[in-house]
Design a protein around this ligand. Sequence first.
Ligand SMILES: [Ca+2]
Ligand SMILES: [Ca+2]
Ligand SMILES: [Ca+2]
Length: 297
Amino acid sequence: MKILPILLCTASSSLAQSVFTTDFNGTLPAEITPGSALAEGVQEFAGLGTGSNLFSGNFLRSSTANLVKLELTNLPAHSTASIGFLLAAIDSLDGTGSYPSGDYFHIKLDGVTIFRESLANAVQSQVQSYIPAPGAQLARWQDLGFSGPGSFYRDSAYNFALEPGLRAIPHSSSTLTIEWIIEGAGVQSLGDESWAMDNLSVSLDSPAIPQNLRWANRHVSYPVGTTPYFTGLIHGAAPLANATLQASTDLGITDAWQNLVTLPANANGSVSYTDVPDPSAAGSPRNFYRVVTEEGP
Ligand SMILES: [Ca+2]
Ligand SMILES: [Ca+2]
Ligand SMILES: [Ca+2]
């Protein structure tokens, strides 16, 4: 048996979980109160998006001045919420100013404004106060269907899943309400200007559970050849949380931390690793081990 000096450390990570998603292609989910908004075909918005998050099938199209609401209940414990959707800015929205301008896309979370900026499509001299995050603008002043083509009735599209202001919003209540509306001095009829959303999702992070990980004992042995075998016991993980033993020859600098095994902690937050082989370390003059735990189920 040979024993080498090893470094042992711990880290923790939290996992996002999706609690609501809809592509608006089927029956409208009961959690959504659409007002006068209706599911309609996406017309020329089809295929716009980011990666696999694309407009397709139907989206939920609303006139200006109409409120669309999502209400979620019985949410699991969490500390932040993230909202994502694709926004279609349809026809002659007029940006900042006085009528027919004054078309503000307004989002509230639990009654608190988290986004309010104007949208402009009709004339390029109009002022749109919304400045898309990098990658969020999918189309601008293009004919994507509905009224038009051309004249004041060009369209724009944005991926609001990429807006940092809608990600990791502090939130811990078991209920969550989101409201969307285009409001302001410039609201007009559906055939003149409108908006739609597709691929709506809401995700929550896991709660941060304090953990105090510590090693009770550990050693590395070489029972046969040059493959090291790791044995160790940790305490202080979140009860029943997954705990992954990882290895690297250089703390992950050039040799990425490799998962050796994932085991669940017991109800007391203890995890025992017994003779876990680390074949990728064969021949290395030294090796490092750490445990990465999740926040618990
Ligand atoms: Ca769709
Ligand atoms: Ca149009
Ligand atoms: Ca308007």
